[in-house]
Design a protein around this ligand. Structure first.
Ligand code: F6P
Length: 357
């Protein structure tokens, strides 16, 4: 008999349910008796002992369902060691609930912050297996996270729709793409949607270079320009500021987001008509794409296999088209960013895409 606790933490994404289903299907197909304790709303559920017993039926029919049947929330890692408003020691509370329920292990699905806490729980002696979810694809130790490909599809659809209207009106269009502090989503959706300019946090932009790219297109007879701008895009000047100086500057930031700042600057410098579209959380919503369904199922099944073998302390990752085990201590606290020298960036540049640098 295996007693397994499961939780989904951080921002949700597509294929969380598919991944959990993969774990449970693998365990039930093995013939091993399992009890599944589903902790609700991420680590909160584990801290406060808020869980639901789940059976195979709960995982039936959820392969294509977006969101997470367990709910999710963000419990910042930096607050984990701080007592809650009633003085509760959160880490101790999680450990007590784990031992009280006599769990064999925790299956934790999440992104960067989630992995820091998962590693903390491992250090505290709990058996943990994790699965890499995030539309940002910024988890260290894995080439791919589930949710990413589905989000690329949605952001690409958005750019495709903008393309037709941009062409009719001869305007400059900015599509702001999620991704937090990394540019994977913007880079991939931008290339897939045929964006002319792609701005990502890893390659700070110069507004004059952006305008040069727009003008060069106009000179070649293209009246419109499509820009895919990462929500974390940053100018060369701002990238030079210290963390403190940047924080100070952002206190009086007059724009809803970076895309509006860029739009304003282009408009003022060129007089061109600029429009901003922000698909926002739609990028995390809806059904997982077929790639993510397969990918999440594979990772989930491997996690199930690891549990059956009693192999703990790993994230199930993906490298060079193979599913692999990555020690949690290697994953925690690191970001996988786009290297400005990456071949994908160079190839994008070879096809004429400007990165505003
Ligand atoms: O990490 C996933 C993500 O969607 C990021 O791309 C984005 O910056 C962030 O979460 C948004 O967070 P929230 O849902 O808390 O607004």
């Amino acid at each position: 008999m295996k007693r397994i606790g499961m939780l989904t933490s951080g921002g949700d994404c597509q294929a969380l349910n598919a991944a959990m289903r993969g774990v449970v299907k693998c365990l039930s197909c093995s013939g091993e008796a399992v009890e599944i304790y589903g902790f609700l709303e991420g680590y909160k559920g584990l801290i406060y002992g808020d869980f639901r017993m789940l059976t195979g039926a709960d995982f039936s029919g959820i392969l294509t369902k977006g969101g997470t049947i367990l709910g999710s929330s963000r419990t910042p890692f930096k607050l984990m060691r701080e007592p809650d408003e009633n003085g509760l020691d959160k880490v101790e509370a999680m450990k007590q609930n784990y031992y009280k329920l006599k769990l064999d292990c925790l299956v934790i699905l999440g992104g960067n912050g989630t992995h820091k806490t998962a590693n903390l729980l491992r250090e505290e002696g709990l058996n943990v297996v994790t699965l890499p979810k995030t539309i940002d694809n910024d988890l260290w130790g894995t080439d791919m996270t589930f949710g990413f490909q589905s989000a690329v599809d949605i952001a690409t659809d958005c750019i495709d729709c903008i393309h037709t209207t941009a062409a009719s009106h001869g305007r400059i269009f900015i599509v702001e793409v999620m991704g937090h502090k990394v540019g994977w989503l913007t880079l991939n959706a931008g290339m897939a949607g045929g964006a002319d300019i792609i701005l990502i946090p890893e390659i700070p932009y110069d507004i004059n270079k952006i305008i040069e790219a727009i003008n060069a297109r106009a000179e070649r007879g293209s009246k419109f320009t499509i820009m895919a701008v990462a929500e974390g895009a940053i100018s060369k000047e701002d990238a030079k500021l210290s963390k403190k100086e940047y924080k100070e500057k952002m206190k009086n930031y007059p724009y809803p987001s970076v895309s509006y700042e860029i739009a304003d600057k282009i408009q003022k410098k060129t007089g061109l008509d600029v429009r901003v579209t922000v698909p926002g959380h739609t990028q995390r919503g809806g059904s997982p794409c077929p790639y993510d369904r397969v990918f999440a199922t594979r990772l989930g099944a491997e996690a199930g296999k690891m549990i059956l073998n009693g192999e703990y302390g790993f994230m199930v990752g993906y490298k060079n088209r193979e599913v692999i085990k990555v020690p949690l201590e290697e994953v925690a606290g690191k970001l996988k960013m786009v290297s400005p020298d990456a071949t994908i960036v160079q190839e994008a540049k070879l096809t004429g895409i400007s990165f505003g640098d």
